[in-house]
Design a protein around this ligand. Structure first.
Ligand code: DGL
Length: 292
Protein backbone atom coordinates (compact mmCIF):
# COMPACT_ATOMS: atom_id res chain seq x y z
CA UNK A 1 0.00 0.00 0.00
CA UNK A 2 1.14 3.53 -0.69
CA UNK A 3 2.45 5.50 2.28
CA UNK A 4 2.38 9.29 2.29
CA UNK A 5 4.36 11.29 4.83
CA UNK A 6 3.23 14.79 5.75
CA UNK A 7 5.03 17.40 7.79
CA UNK A 8 3.82 20.71 9.21
CA UNK A 9 4.71 23.00 12.09
CA UNK A 10 1.49 21.86 13.75
CA UNK A 11 -2.14 21.19 12.86
CA UNK A 12 -2.11 22.96 9.47
CA UNK A 13 -0.83 19.99 7.48
CA UNK A 14 -3.95 18.09 8.52
CA UNK A 15 -5.82 20.11 5.89
CA UNK A 16 -3.56 18.39 3.35
CA UNK A 17 -3.72 15.02 5.14
CA UNK A 18 -7.52 15.04 4.99
CA UNK A 19 -7.27 15.74 1.27
CA UNK A 20 -4.85 12.80 0.91
CA UNK A 21 -7.48 10.69 2.64
CA UNK A 22 -10.17 11.97 0.26
CA UNK A 23 -8.23 11.58 -2.99
CA UNK A 24 -6.18 8.52 -1.96
CA UNK A 25 -8.50 6.62 0.39
CA UNK A 26 -6.26 3.57 0.43
CA UNK A 27 -3.01 5.36 1.31
CA UNK A 28 -1.31 5.04 4.68
CA UNK A 29 -0.51 8.35 6.36
CA UNK A 30 2.52 9.18 8.54
CA UNK A 31 2.10 12.70 9.93
CA UNK A 32 4.48 14.79 12.01
CA UNK A 33 3.29 18.06 13.56
CA UNK A 34 5.92 20.18 15.30
CA UNK A 35 3.22 21.71 17.50
CA UNK A 36 5.64 22.10 20.41
CA UNK A 37 7.72 24.58 18.36
CA UNK A 38 4.96 26.25 16.30
CA UNK A 39 4.58 28.82 14.91
CA UNK A 40 7.36 28.63 12.37
CA UNK A 41 6.18 31.77 10.58
CA UNK A 42 7.89 34.20 12.96
CA UNK A 43 11.21 32.28 13.00
CA UNK A 44 14.40 32.83 11.01
CA UNK A 45 15.18 30.85 7.87
CA UNK A 46 18.03 28.98 9.63
CA UNK A 47 15.74 27.89 12.46
CA UNK A 48 13.02 26.76 10.06
CA UNK A 49 15.52 24.79 7.94
CA UNK A 50 17.06 23.08 10.98
CA UNK A 51 13.71 22.13 12.52
CA UNK A 52 12.19 21.00 9.23
CA UNK A 53 15.16 18.73 8.55
CA UNK A 54 14.84 17.10 11.99
CA UNK A 55 11.16 16.34 11.43
CA UNK A 56 11.60 15.15 7.85
CA UNK A 57 14.56 12.92 8.84
CA UNK A 58 12.26 11.32 11.41
CA UNK A 59 9.48 10.72 8.86
CA UNK A 60 12.06 9.38 6.40
CA UNK A 61 12.40 6.27 8.59
CA UNK A 62 8.73 5.37 7.93
CA UNK A 63 9.11 3.70 4.55
CA UNK A 64 7.44 6.52 2.62
CA UNK A 65 6.52 6.54 -1.04
CA UNK A 66 6.30 10.34 -1.04
CA UNK A 67 6.59 13.18 1.43
CA UNK A 68 4.54 16.38 1.36
CA UNK A 69 5.99 19.41 3.11
CA UNK A 70 2.47 20.45 4.11
CA UNK A 71 3.64 23.86 5.30
CA UNK A 72 4.15 26.91 3.09
CA UNK A 73 6.68 28.44 5.48
CA UNK A 74 8.85 25.29 5.55
CA UNK A 75 8.47 24.90 1.78
CA UNK A 76 9.76 28.44 1.22
CA UNK A 77 12.63 28.06 3.68
CA UNK A 78 13.76 24.47 3.23
CA UNK A 79 12.41 22.89 0.05
CA UNK A 80 15.59 23.32 -2.00
CA UNK A 81 17.60 21.66 0.74
CA UNK A 82 15.29 18.66 0.96
CA UNK A 83 14.71 17.64 -2.63
CA UNK A 84 16.97 14.87 -3.85
CA UNK A 85 18.15 14.04 -0.32
CA UNK A 86 15.80 11.13 0.31
CA UNK A 87 14.94 7.91 -1.52
CA UNK A 88 11.34 9.16 -2.03
CA UNK A 89 10.08 12.28 -3.82
CA UNK A 90 9.39 15.40 -1.77
CA UNK A 91 6.80 17.97 -2.81
CA UNK A 92 5.84 21.28 -1.23
CA UNK A 93 2.67 23.32 -1.27
CA UNK A 94 3.73 26.55 -3.01
CA UNK A 95 3.61 25.33 -6.60
CA UNK A 96 0.07 24.01 -6.17
CA UNK A 97 -1.13 27.29 -4.63
CA UNK A 98 0.48 29.31 -7.40
CA UNK A 99 -1.00 27.16 -10.17
CA UNK A 100 -4.45 27.20 -8.58
CA UNK A 101 -4.34 31.00 -8.24
CA UNK A 102 -3.35 31.47 -11.87
CA UNK A 103 -6.09 29.09 -13.00
CA UNK A 104 -8.73 30.76 -10.83
CA UNK A 105 -8.29 34.51 -11.32
CA UNK A 106 -10.26 36.10 -14.12
CA UNK A 107 -9.40 39.74 -13.46
CA UNK A 108 -5.68 39.15 -12.68
CA UNK A 109 -5.94 40.43 -9.11
CA UNK A 110 -4.93 37.89 -6.48
CA UNK A 111 -4.64 38.10 -2.71
CA UNK A 112 -2.24 35.86 -0.78
CA UNK A 113 -2.53 35.44 2.98
CA UNK A 114 0.21 33.60 4.87
CA UNK A 115 2.69 33.77 7.72
CA UNK A 116 5.11 36.64 8.18
CA UNK A 117 7.96 34.54 6.77
CA UNK A 118 6.07 33.45 3.65
CA UNK A 119 4.79 36.94 2.86
CA UNK A 120 8.22 38.51 3.37
CA UNK A 121 9.75 35.95 0.99
CA UNK A 122 7.24 36.96 -1.72
CA UNK A 123 7.49 33.35 -2.94
CA UNK A 124 3.92 33.27 -4.31
CA UNK A 125 4.10 36.72 -5.83
CA UNK A 126 7.36 35.95 -7.65
CA UNK A 127 6.13 32.59 -8.97
CA UNK A 128 2.73 33.94 -10.05
CA UNK A 129 4.30 36.93 -11.82
CA UNK A 130 6.95 34.78 -13.43
CA UNK A 131 4.14 32.79 -15.05
CA UNK A 132 2.01 35.86 -15.81
CA UNK A 133 3.47 39.34 -15.18
CA UNK A 134 -0.02 40.82 -15.69
CA UNK A 135 -1.28 39.40 -12.40
CA UNK A 136 -1.29 41.80 -9.46
CA UNK A 137 -0.57 40.10 -6.13
CA UNK A 138 -1.45 41.63 -2.79
CA UNK A 139 0.10 39.71 0.09
CA UNK A 140 -0.93 40.04 3.72
CA UNK A 141 0.68 38.39 6.75
CA UNK A 142 -1.75 37.13 9.37
CA UNK A 143 0.60 36.29 12.26
CA UNK A 144 -1.97 35.53 14.95
CA UNK A 145 -4.00 32.98 12.95
CA UNK A 146 -1.66 30.03 13.45
CA UNK A 147 -1.09 30.49 17.23
CA UNK A 148 -4.86 30.91 17.78
CA UNK A 149 -5.64 27.72 15.82
CA UNK A 150 -2.90 25.81 17.67
CA UNK A 151 -4.43 26.95 20.96
CA UNK A 152 -7.87 25.67 19.99
CA UNK A 153 -9.24 29.18 19.38
CA UNK A 154 -10.19 28.77 15.71
CA UNK A 155 -13.78 29.83 16.39
CA UNK A 156 -13.07 32.50 18.99
CA UNK A 157 -13.95 36.22 19.10
CA UNK A 158 -10.18 36.94 18.99
CA UNK A 159 -9.96 35.11 15.66
CA UNK A 160 -12.91 37.02 14.28
CA UNK A 161 -11.44 40.34 15.44
CA UNK A 162 -7.99 39.63 13.92
CA UNK A 163 -9.49 38.34 10.67
CA UNK A 164 -11.52 41.53 10.32
CA UNK A 165 -8.39 43.61 10.85
CA UNK A 166 -6.00 41.67 8.57
CA UNK A 167 -8.48 41.14 5.76
CA UNK A 168 -9.67 44.75 5.63
CA UNK A 169 -6.79 45.28 3.18
CA UNK A 170 -8.86 43.40 0.58
CA UNK A 171 -12.00 45.45 1.03
CA UNK A 172 -11.55 47.76 -1.96
CA UNK A 173 -8.64 45.91 -3.57
CA UNK A 174 -10.63 44.38 -6.42
CA UNK A 175 -9.16 40.88 -5.95
CA UNK A 176 -11.27 38.03 -7.29
CA UNK A 177 -9.10 35.25 -5.81
CA UNK A 178 -7.59 34.73 -2.35
CA UNK A 179 -4.95 32.04 -1.80
CA UNK A 180 -4.81 30.44 1.64
CA UNK A 181 -1.02 30.21 1.59
CA UNK A 182 -0.70 28.77 5.07
CA UNK A 183 -2.02 25.25 5.56
CA UNK A 184 -3.62 26.26 8.84
CA UNK A 185 -5.97 28.74 7.16
CA UNK A 186 -8.47 26.33 5.56
CA UNK A 187 -9.39 25.50 9.16
CA UNK A 188 -10.81 29.02 9.49
CA UNK A 189 -12.11 29.36 5.92
CA UNK A 190 -15.60 30.35 7.11
CA UNK A 191 -14.23 33.18 9.23
CA UNK A 192 -12.03 34.32 6.35
CA UNK A 193 -15.00 34.29 3.94
CA UNK A 194 -16.99 36.48 6.33
CA UNK A 195 -14.38 39.24 6.07
CA UNK A 196 -13.65 39.36 2.35
CA UNK A 197 -15.89 40.77 -0.37
CA UNK A 198 -18.63 38.47 -1.74
CA UNK A 199 -17.64 36.62 -4.87
CA UNK A 200 -13.92 36.32 -4.09
CA UNK A 201 -12.82 32.73 -4.80
CA UNK A 202 -10.95 31.17 -1.89
CA UNK A 203 -8.17 28.81 -3.00
CA UNK A 204 -7.07 25.95 -0.74
CA UNK A 205 -3.87 24.57 -2.33
CA UNK A 206 -4.40 21.16 -0.68
CA UNK A 207 -6.54 19.88 -3.55
CA UNK A 208 -3.90 20.64 -6.20
CA UNK A 209 -1.07 19.47 -3.93
CA UNK A 210 -2.56 16.00 -3.61
CA UNK A 211 -3.29 15.85 -7.35
CA UNK A 212 0.38 16.70 -7.88
CA UNK A 213 1.41 13.96 -5.41
CA UNK A 214 -0.66 11.39 -7.30
CA UNK A 215 0.91 12.51 -10.59
CA UNK A 216 4.43 12.17 -9.18
CA UNK A 217 3.69 8.71 -7.80
CA UNK A 218 2.21 7.55 -11.11
CA UNK A 219 5.28 8.83 -12.97
CA UNK A 220 7.38 6.64 -10.67
CA UNK A 221 5.19 3.65 -11.38
CA UNK A 222 3.63 3.56 -7.90
CA UNK A 223 0.07 2.24 -8.08
CA UNK A 224 -2.30 4.53 -6.21
CA UNK A 225 -5.98 4.43 -5.24
CA UNK A 226 -6.24 0.68 -5.61
CA UNK A 227 -8.22 -1.08 -2.93
CA UNK A 228 -6.50 -4.06 -1.41
CA UNK A 229 -7.91 -6.47 1.12
CA UNK A 230 -7.24 -5.35 4.68
CA UNK A 231 -4.20 -7.05 6.15
CA UNK A 232 -5.45 -8.98 9.19
CA UNK A 233 -4.07 -7.74 12.47
CA UNK A 234 -2.82 -4.41 11.22
CA UNK A 235 -5.67 -2.51 12.81
CA UNK A 236 -7.91 -3.10 15.77
CA UNK A 237 -11.15 -4.67 14.56
CA UNK A 238 -13.23 -1.66 15.60
CA UNK A 239 -10.91 0.69 13.71
CA UNK A 240 -11.04 -1.57 10.67
CA UNK A 241 -14.80 -1.74 10.83
CA UNK A 242 -14.97 2.03 11.02
CA UNK A 243 -12.66 2.41 8.02
CA UNK A 244 -14.59 -0.18 6.08
CA UNK A 245 -17.86 1.59 6.76
CA UNK A 246 -16.30 4.81 5.49
CA UNK A 247 -14.93 3.06 2.43
CA UNK A 248 -18.30 1.58 1.61
CA UNK A 249 -19.87 4.98 1.90
CA UNK A 250 -17.26 6.38 -0.47
CA UNK A 251 -17.56 4.07 -3.46
CA UNK A 252 -18.97 0.77 -2.30
CA UNK A 253 -15.88 -1.21 -3.25
CA UNK A 254 -12.97 -0.24 -1.01
CA UNK A 255 -11.91 -2.99 1.36
CA UNK A 256 -8.50 -1.75 2.40
CA UNK A 257 -7.67 -0.53 5.88
CA UNK A 258 -4.99 2.13 5.62
CA UNK A 259 -2.98 2.94 8.73
CA UNK A 260 -2.76 6.48 10.08
CA UNK A 261 0.06 7.41 12.45
CA UNK A 262 0.41 10.83 14.01
CA UNK A 263 3.43 12.21 15.86
CA UNK A 264 3.75 15.56 17.61
CA UNK A 265 6.34 17.48 19.58
CA UNK A 266 3.44 19.04 21.50
CA UNK A 267 0.85 17.57 23.85
CA UNK A 268 -0.40 14.28 22.32
CA UNK A 269 -3.78 14.48 24.09
CA UNK A 270 -4.38 18.00 22.74
CA UNK A 271 -3.39 16.68 19.31
CA UNK A 272 -5.80 13.74 19.53
CA UNK A 273 -8.66 16.04 20.43
CA UNK A 274 -8.14 18.93 18.01
CA UNK A 275 -6.34 16.90 15.36
CA UNK A 276 -9.23 14.45 14.98
CA UNK A 277 -11.54 17.39 14.32
CA UNK A 278 -9.22 18.96 11.77
CA UNK A 279 -8.37 15.63 10.08
CA UNK A 280 -12.03 14.68 9.94
CA UNK A 281 -11.40 11.21 11.40
CA UNK A 282 -10.00 9.88 14.67
CA UNK A 283 -6.23 10.19 14.89
CA UNK A 284 -5.98 7.24 17.25
CA UNK A 285 -3.22 7.35 19.82
CA UNK A 286 -0.75 10.13 19.03
CA UNK A 287 2.91 9.61 19.85
CA UNK A 288 5.07 12.40 21.27
CA UNK A 289 8.43 12.75 19.49
CA UNK A 290 10.63 15.76 20.31
CA UNK A 291 13.88 17.12 18.97
CA UNK A 292 16.42 19.51 20.56
N1 DGL B 1 1.04 25.88 8.40
C1 DGL B 1 2.21 26.60 8.12
C2 DGL B 1 2.26 27.18 6.72
O1 DGL B 1 1.64 26.66 5.83
C3 DGL B 1 2.90 27.47 9.10
C4 DGL B 1 2.28 28.02 10.31
C5 DGL B 1 3.32 28.49 11.29
O2 DGL B 1 3.89 27.61 11.95
O3 DGL B 1 3.58 29.69 11.39
O4 DGL B 1 2.94 28.15 6.48
Amino acid sequence: MTTIGLFDSGFGGLTVAREVRRQMPCANIEYYGDNGRAPYGSRTRDEIVRMTRQCVDFLASKDLDLLIIACNTATVAAFDQLTGKYPFPVIGVIEAGVNAAIATTKNNKVGVIATQFTIQSEAHKKAIQEANPEIDVIGKACPSFCPLIEAGLADSPEMDRDAREYLSVYKDSGIDTLVLACTHYPLIADTIRRHIPDGVAVVDPAVETVKQAIGVLKERGVVVQTCEPAAPGRETSSRREELERESERRDGSCECAPTYHFYTSGDPVHFEKLGSRFFGAPTGKVQQVKFE
